[in-house]
Design a protein around this ligand. Structure first.
Ligand SMILES: Cc1cc2nc3c(=O)[nH]c(=O)nc-3n(C[C@H](O)[C@H](O)[C@H](O)COP(=O)(O)OP(=O)(O)OC[C@H]3O[C@@H](n4cnc5c(N)ncnc54)[C@H](O)[C@@H]3O)c2cc1C
Length: 403
């Protein structure tokens, strides 16, 4: 489709809402209709959830119309790993048939996705991973262990990276697979976080068979597909453009308004300065993300996506630490209940209560790559500073000492 104007795309969205009233249908039907009309991911090709636009800029207009009509579905809550990271990978690497099969149920949330990269011995250094895949005719046989796998317990598909050639340096011997999580030999076990929830899991893979046509990219070329996933992950986690004053900063302002009257004058003035400082910085980040979205082209983001990830992760922690300070001794009682459970979604975007969010925010500077690693990426790949020391870069993986 030729480029459409903002007014046209807003009209298309209003028509969707009129034809498929969100109050009368369920999530799957509404989001399915949104996908079919190309209003899911506007920069994707027609027939695959988009309108073939040259940037994702006008998605903001679609989202704004949906919000104005009271539609609360949010990609990050519906299928964060699928929509944020799986969709661009499918678009870049899958066959046409796979794109048709996978993208729609991913967008509606009928099929949840997970990312199977991290292992007990490979997190920041994910290219050093040890899970093995060995070819057997038209199939691959995978053995190994993954860890911290968010939403694996409700996932239908896993983006799995495994080592197919140990006699190559670590980045070169990897292959990227699409794993059907219902396959025999996939054992998913919960891991509980500080919040009491088991959002993530450890996964044991024993003689798991994957058809060869579920290799994304080239055999041995898995690192490129992994980088595509990671760059999109950073934008998905840190590149949001929420409505002004909502999300974590909204939680803080709400708490400030509730509590400010009960503070002594000195504490009041100190806390007011902190709240205003954070509000200004949260707004600057929101506008920076907005500008990045306006300037974005279709295709995969580059290393600059790490800016939003780094800043939003640290901002969330500062915001919820300030919430705790505002609450004083009340912050110590966790009266919202501490239940061990396996949630079927994530609560990454605020609004879940300050005490819960304070605990959950600890993970923000680890998940999707730690803040130290984000700073390394920005230093090396955006600012052009000298690289980190990498002694194993050109050594065959099998010869690298490990415990
Ligand atoms: C809530 C949550 C959800 C997650 N979900 C997933 C998921 O769905 N799928 C998945 O595959 N993984 C997931 N992860 C794993 C996450 O990607 C890793 O935890 C992260 O990349 C760090 O790896 P690690 O835990 O092995 O720590 P390590 O890599 O062992 O790092 C330990 C410390 O060393 C520092 N460090 C390491 N290397 C360097 C360096 N070169 N320079 C400076 N400092 C360095 C780190 O910053 C960190 O402070 C999740 C993690 C969390 C917390």
């Amino acid at each position: 489709m030729a480029e459409v104007t903002e007014a046209e795309i807003r009209e298309m969205t209003r028509q969707l809402i009129a034809d498929v009233p969100p109050g009368d249908v369920d999530q799957f039907e509404f989001r399915g209709a949104q996908f079919d009309r190309g209003l899911a991911l506007v920069q994707f090709p027609e027939g695959l959830g988009g309108l073939g636009l040259s940037s994702r800029r006008l998605q903001t207009a679609v989202d704004a119309e949906l919000r104005a009509a009271g539609v609360t579905y949010h990609d990050l809550n519906i299928n964060p790993i699928g929509i944020g990271m799986g969709a661009p990978v499918v678009l870049t690497y899958a066959s046409d048939e796979q794109k048709q099969r996978l993208l729609r149920p991913m967008y509606t949330g009928e099929e949840i996705w997970c990312q199977m990269f991290s292992e007990p011995g490979a997190g920041s250094d994910v290219a050093g991973l040890a899970s093995r895949a060995v070819r057997d005719g038209d199939e691959w046989v995978v053995n190994g262990q993954k860890v911290w796998t968010t939403l694996a317990h409700v996932s239908r598909w896993g983006m799995l990276v495994a080592r197919t050639d140990p006699d190559q340096p670590k980045h070169r011997g990897l292959t990227y697979f699409l794993l059907d999580m219902e396959s025999e030999g996939v054992d998913v076990r919960p891991l509980y976080q500080i919040t009491g929830e088991a959002e993530f899991n450890e996964i044991f893979l024993t003689d798991v068979r994957i058809p060869h046509d579920r290799v994304f990219g080239d055999v041995g070329g898995g690192w490129a597909a992994a980088v595509t996933t990671l760059m999109n992950e950073r934008v998905a986690l840190g590149g949001g453009v929420p409505k002004q004053g909502t999300g974590p900063i909204g939680d803080l302002v709400r708490l400030w308004n509730e509590r400010k009257g009960s503070l002594d004058p000195v504490t009041h003035d100190v806390m007011r300065d902190r709240v205003v400082d954070l509000w200004s910085r949260a707004e600057a980040l929101r506008l920076t993300n907005w500008r990045a979205r306006e300037a974005s082209k279709s295709g995969n983001p580059g290393p600059e996506g790490s800016v939003g990830k780094l800043m939003s992760a640290e901002m969330n922690q500062h915001i919820y630490e300030t919430c705790m300070d505002l609450m004083g001794a009340d912050a110590l009682a966790y009266e919202i209940g501490y239940e061990r459970k396996r949630p079927d979604g994530l609560r990454l975007t605020g609004g879940a209560g300050a005490k819960y969010s304070f605990l959950r925010a600890r993970a923000n500077t680890i998940e999707g790559g730690t803040s130290e690693v984000m700073r390394n990426i920005l230093g090396e790949r955006v600012l052009g500073l000298p690289g980190d020391v990498r002694v194993d870069k050109d050594v065959n993986w099998v010869d690298v000492p490990r415990n």
